[in-house]
Design a protein around this ligand. Sequence first.
Ligand SMILES: N[C@H](CCC[C@H](N)C(=O)O)C(=O)O
Length: 278
Amino acid sequence: MNTARTASGLPFMKMHGLGNDFVVIDAREGDDPVTPALARALGDRHRGVGFDQLAVIRPAQGADFTLDFWNSDGSRAGACGNATRCVSDYMMRQLGQDRVTLLTERGELGAVRRADGMVSVNMGAPILDAAQIPVLPGNDPAHLPLEGDPIAVGMGNPHCVFFVEDANSLDPAARGPAVEHDPLFPERTNVEFASLIGPDHLRMRVWERGTGITLACGSGTCATAVAANLRGLTGKHVLVDVDGGQLEIDWREDGVWMTGPTAHVFDATLTPEFLASL
Ligand SMILES: N[C@H](CCC[C@H](N)C(=O)O)C(=O)O
């Protein structure tokens, strides 16, 4: 831990995309202060700040910034679409640009601000090839031997998408945890439950790996749109209704684009006492 920061506290930002909420730490100057213990303590909604994901901005070579993601249980996530949109919005404002590039565990991603103010991110091509999905060794890449015939889609993080009769009437907390921890997924998985509610219009609810139910999951909506297209349910441009609102997905030649609103709620500073208690 950077002792200078510990003495004066640690600044952070609170942001959300459709209620998928984030603590964001800008660590472009100084040491990266985040450890699993800090992520868990900050993620505690009673004794810390509370978030679905913690995002850490770091310097990058060859891109505008690097972005790392943590879940509230202290585990790392390889991708987080909504945090990518929120932080890209902040960075576009700060750099005076209407587009940015960023490095994530997945590789280089790009984000742009649309004329209507919404932020779009290209989450990259979906990973469907079993050879490239470390979580699915030796399994049919499209159809897992799980009840409900889900589709596994990698978006830089693992997703397991179930199509159900009525996503509104099921409790993701009842079915999600068993799938998250199924031995088919050695790195665990995010779990989506989706229904077709109109032409190219999906309803999706999510159980997120390392966090639980969230109001929106950007990478999950990308995975769900890809899965729906592969099942012949939709085209490649779909609207996905999540608990917190609506995201627009566009599966193009260059990757899966995800668009929606962003919100920067407040800035604050973690106290030296909080940091010292970890
Ligand atoms: N909310 C995020 C996804 C977090 C995924 C995380 N729970 C993981 O372990 O992969 C999103 O907007 O894409």
